[in-house]
Design a protein around this ligand. Structure first.
Ligand SMILES: [Zn+2]
Length: 272
């Protein structure tokens, strides 16, 4: 005979069913919970809208400073047909910025036709906490016959005053040739040289068969930069052939692409 006796469920003893938490584990869980609530509140209070969130995101991005050489009454080199170096460098800087814009925060030291001191250019890069500084020029020779390209990194002056002045390819209009010894850039010399060589490799591919040289010289525009920094000289605008190339937007786009790729390759290797 089967007797069916209804089983009365036993009351659940929660102390037995739940895993036992030691006092210290419970304390940690409590702290984690309170911390997550506090962080959520902080984000809601401190970042009230999308604009602020974007600003926070931008602040964490790698910063590239591009310096279009010359500007304002300082026109730089002049082509046989009147093209001014200050216009070529600004066009090139805008093209490079456009190519890097999606991956980096790009800062131009000038975005129009106005004059800047050397120190203003590096101060703008330092203020933006830039990770890299590229100064653009296109008039590295006083001879119209020459149309060389070169990349310069900062090397402190070690010879006579006469030699230092003659080696600087771009003396400013006021003839300033002084070199300050305690420059900020000195501590970045090794990485700046690596950047210069990366830039040389990138430019050589489109500048062939002409050579792109790398040299260390005491350039004033670099000495205050607190990050890897180089000057890139794209040809010599005073040369008729160079002027024709540098006023061709397709050609300039190719140069901008090569510089942008060299910047990207350098930053990919740079320890964060
Ligand atoms: Zn120049």
């Amino acid at each position: 005979m089967l007797s069916i006796i209804a089983q009365v469920p036993k009351p659940i003893n929660r102390r037995q069913r739940l895993p036992r938490l030691t006092e210290s584990k419970m304390a940690i869980s409590r702290v984690k919970f309170i911390t997550s609530i506090a962080l959520s509140l902080l984000i809601c209070v401190a970042i009230p809208d999308a604009y602020a969130k974007r600003k926070l995101f931008e602040a964490q991005m790698t910063v590239v400073a591009i310096d279009p050489g010359h500007g304002g009454k300082d026109s730089g080199a002049r082509g046989p047909n009147g093209t001014l170096e200050k216009a070529v460098t600004l066009n090139l800087a805008r093209m490079i910025a456009q190519q890097l814009d999606t991956d980096y925060r790009v800062v131009l030291t000038r975005d129009d036709d106005y004059a800047l001191e050397h120190s203003d250019r590096t101060a703008a890069a330092n203020h933006a906490r830039a990770d890299i500084f590229i100064s653009l020029h296109s008039g590295n020779s006083f001879s119209q016959a020459s149309n060389r390209s070169a990349v310069y990194y900062y090397l402190p002056f070690q010879g006579s005053a006469f030699k230092a002045a003659s080696e600087v390819p771009h003396p400013s209009e006021d003839g300033e040739t002084a070199v300050r010894w305690n420059s900020i850039q000195t501590k970045h010399r090794v990485t700046s040289k690596k950047l210069a060589m990366q830039m040389q490799a990138g430019l050589t591919s489109i500048w062939q068969p002409q050579e792109v040289t790398v040299r260390g010289i005491p350039m004033l525009v670099l000495e205050g930069a607190d990050m890897p920094a180089v000057v890139v000289e794209i040809g010599n605008l005073a040369n008729a052939r160079a002027e024709k190339q540098l006023t061709d937007s397709q050609y300039l786009l190719k140069i901008a692409g090569a510089i942008a790729r060299a910047i990207t390759a350098f930053l990919a290797q740079k320890p964060q």
